[in-house]
Ligand binder design. Structure first.
Ligand code: FDA
Length: 393
């Protein structure tokens, strides 16, 4: 036996490190195991290298889960303000970018350094490059076999994340542990992911690749207003990533470009003010030139505004502000920021993240069926679920 601890945490990501900090502060002996060469790799690349570490508006409404109430307890017990307080104690400069999203002024590495310093101060040990093998229940709690020997602890916290970005070491390992212990899973799928289009539509939209515009994307009763980006694979940008978590294969989404502008009213006004200008010229006042040209051409419109009936103007406006499109799929886990679904919250205690039927076994972070919107919410869930598990493990 290589060592005995009070708590073993599997995964040195956002949730695992936060849990180790809190458990260590309580005087528990803690070992964190990770197969990666460095801790917090997703933190490092997050937010374009500046880590959108929380969102000051984070609340249960910003999360998807089969049980929308589950996240309430943890989110209330470790709030964005609690994380901001830690960031400030470590002298890390930050700013609000937009919509309550907080970023480091300098580098996401500052957040990793902070978590490592806190872990060290709390006496938690970290072992990297450690392959995890069998996990068994033992007289002392849990026995974890690894490439570095076996470790035992009375509490085992699973914080190995989801399936997103396999190239960065995501394995879906947590789901296998859940299955081993007979815990139910909610079907997993990629979230916060660009959507793809079928080859024919993609070919028609090819000239738009690289264009961004403010948009509202609607799916059923859900809608998001942020930027839309046309790419060489389909549709991306924050508004699309947000709606992707709600969208299912075979369903349509509605795209409203420039949602703050009444384009039909504007076209009518332009027609009366200057009937000799083309629709393309009038639209280019509001839309990127290439987009204006594309819409006008694909609606088969030519000639002067004066020649266009109100019905034609309506069709043109609808092509821009009521574009119904059926994505062919998503870019999948290769580029998805998160994994939807995961360990069914019905089997976890929301105050502690402990499996109700299996004392000492905890699941936290992305592997649990709680997924946040884009904008710092997923880290807030990682911090909050990690913290409450650290209080109990
Ligand atoms: P996380 O994935 O962070 O950590 C899991 C750890 O477990 C890793 O260290 C991994 O190496 C380890 N592990 C996995 N399998 C293992 C195994 N079999 N054996 C041993 N160790 C194993 N969110 C946000 O709020 N703001 C943002 O700015 C961003 N930006 C962002 C950018 C990109 C490109 C991605 C992919 C994701 C984001 N996110 C984000 C989402 C955020 O990164 C994510 O929700 C959290 O990292 C989840 O934290 P966890 O600790 O649960 O998993």
């Amino acid at each position: 036996m290589a060592g005995r601890y009070d708590v073993i945490v599997l995964g040195a990501g956002a949730a695992g490190m936060m849990c180790a900090i809190r458990a260590g502060q309580r005087g528990r002996s803690v070992l964190v195991l990770d197969h990666a060469a460095a801790p917090g790799e997703k933190i490092r690349i997050s937010g374009g290298g500046r880590c959108n570490f929380t969102n000051i508006h984070a609340g249960p409404k910003n999360f998807l889960s089969a049980n929308p109430h589950f996240a309430k307890s943890a989110l209330a017990r470790f709030t964005p303000q609690d994380f901001i307080a830690m960031v400030e104690r470590h002298g890390i400069a930050w700013h609000e970018k937009t919509l309550g999203q907080l970023f480091c002024d300098d580098s996401a590495k500052d957040i990793i350094r902070m978590l490592m310093d806190e872990m060290r101060a709390a006496g938690a040990q970290l072992r990297l490059r450690t392959e995890i093998g069998d996990i068994e229940q033992s007289a002392g709690g849990y026995r974890v076999s690894t490439s570095e020997g076996a470790f035992e602890a009375s509490s085992l916290v699973v914080a190995t994340g989801g399936k997103s970005i396999p190239k960065m070491g995501a394995t879906g390992f947590a789901y296998r542990i859940a299955e081993q212990f007979g815990l139910p899973l909610v079907e997993t799928r990629p979230g916060l992911v660009p959507l793809t289009l079928d080859p024919q539509l993609l070919q028609r939209l090819a000239p738009l690749s690289g264009i961004a515009a403010p948009a509202e994307i609607r799916h059923g009763k859900t809608s998001f207003r942020e930027a839309l980006l046309f790419t060489h694979r389909g549709l991306s940008g924050p508004a699309i990533l947000q709606i992707s978590s709600y969208w299912r294969e075979g369903e349509d989404i509605t795209v409203v470009i420039e949602p703050d502008i009444d384009i039909l009213a504007l076209l009518k006004k332009a027609k009366h003010a200057n009937g000799r200008q083309s629709a393309q010229t009038a639209l280019a006042e509001i839309l990127p030139k290439r987009l204006a040209q594309h819409v006008v051409e694909s609606e088969g419109i030519s000639g002067n505004m004066a020649d266009l009936s109100d019905k034609r103007l309506q069709q043109l406006a609808a092509a821009i502000q009521a574009w119904s499109v059926k994505p062919s799929g998503s870019e999948g886990y290769r580029t998805a920021e998160v994994t939807l679904g995961g360990i069914d919250t019905a089997c976890l205690d929301s105050r502690t993240m402990q499996a109700r039927a299996i004392p000492g076994l905890f699941f936290i972070g992305e592997c649990v069926d709680v997924t946040g919107w884009l904008g710092g919410y997923n880290f807030q869930w990682a911090w909050a679920s990690g913290h409450v598990a650290g209080e109990a493990a």
